[in-house]
Design a protein around this ligand. Structure first.
Ligand SMILES: Cc1ncc(COP(=O)(O)O)c(C=O)c1O
Length: 215
């Protein structure tokens, strides 16, 4: 039997087989140059920012979209919009990137973890209700590595307890649950545009909602 690469055997892939991400194309260069040439490189009314918000809202099927400096900021902004206060509890998945929980700490709230379904690696809806207390204000299901969390039972429990649902779709651009884009099921959907994501802007984030008050 061949020795595995991890034990000193011959690796299947050479270093040169690994590709850098993102792949930067002539199309990207053209539009980045256009932004630089316009002299407007920042701000909520910058034409490319406004265009991105419009396109992302259309693409996801949400009414509204706002850009942020990161997915973390979008999640924090969502908690603030939902009125999460110091000492409130915010439930999220136990298997995720740290920002799904640290956004609660940014708001002086307390992250509470619900374990995952080992089959999907997403929050186990069967374990959700046991984590709810009178301090719980919001649930942040995470669509981990592109796989949507099982939203129907999560939304049902949230409705029963009058809780906000903020979808952490930072790893799930374009993913669908029962035919509809994730991010549009809860009160707010959050996306990351960091340099590891399949929709990559170096750094950045997107906040979507159908609720004008939350916007
Ligand atoms: C599940 C999840 N939530 C939140 C974030 C935070 O996004 P950002 O790095 O843009 O702040 C990430 C980024 O890796 C993520 O994977």
């Amino acid at each position: 039997m061949e020795t595995l690469a991890i034990d000193g055997g011959k690796p299947t892939l050479k270093r040169s087989d690994y590709k850098n991400w993102p792949i930067i194309t002539a199309y990207d260069r053209k539009y980045v140059k256009q932004v630089l040439d316009s002299g407007i490189v920042a701000g909520g009314t910058a034409p490319q920012v406004v265009a991105l918000e419009k396109e992302w809202a259309e693409y996801t099927g949400a009414k509204y979209c706002l850009t942020t400096c990161s997915g973390t900021a979008a999640l924090h902004m969502a908690l603030a919009a939902c009125g999460v206060k110091p000492g409130d509890e915010v439930i999220t998945s136990a298997f995720t990137f740290l920002a799904s929980a640290s956004c609660a700490i940014h708001q002086n709230a307390i992250p509470v973890f619900v374990d995952i379904d080992p089959r999907t690696y997403c929050m186990d809806p069967n374990k959700l209700e046991a984590a709810i207390t009178e301090r719980t204000k919001a649930i942040i299901p995470v669509h981990i590595q592109g796989l949507p969390a099982d939203l129907d039972p999560i939304l049902k429990i949230a409705q029963k307890h009058n809780l906000f649902v903020i979808e952490d779709a930072c790893q799930a651009h374009g993913a669908t649950y029962k035919g509809k884009k994730v991010g549009t099921f809860g009160h707010v959907g959050c996306f990351s545009l960091n340099n590891f994501k399949n929709l990559c802007g170096g750094e950045g984030g997107l906040f979507i909602t159908n609720d004008e008050a939350l916007l």
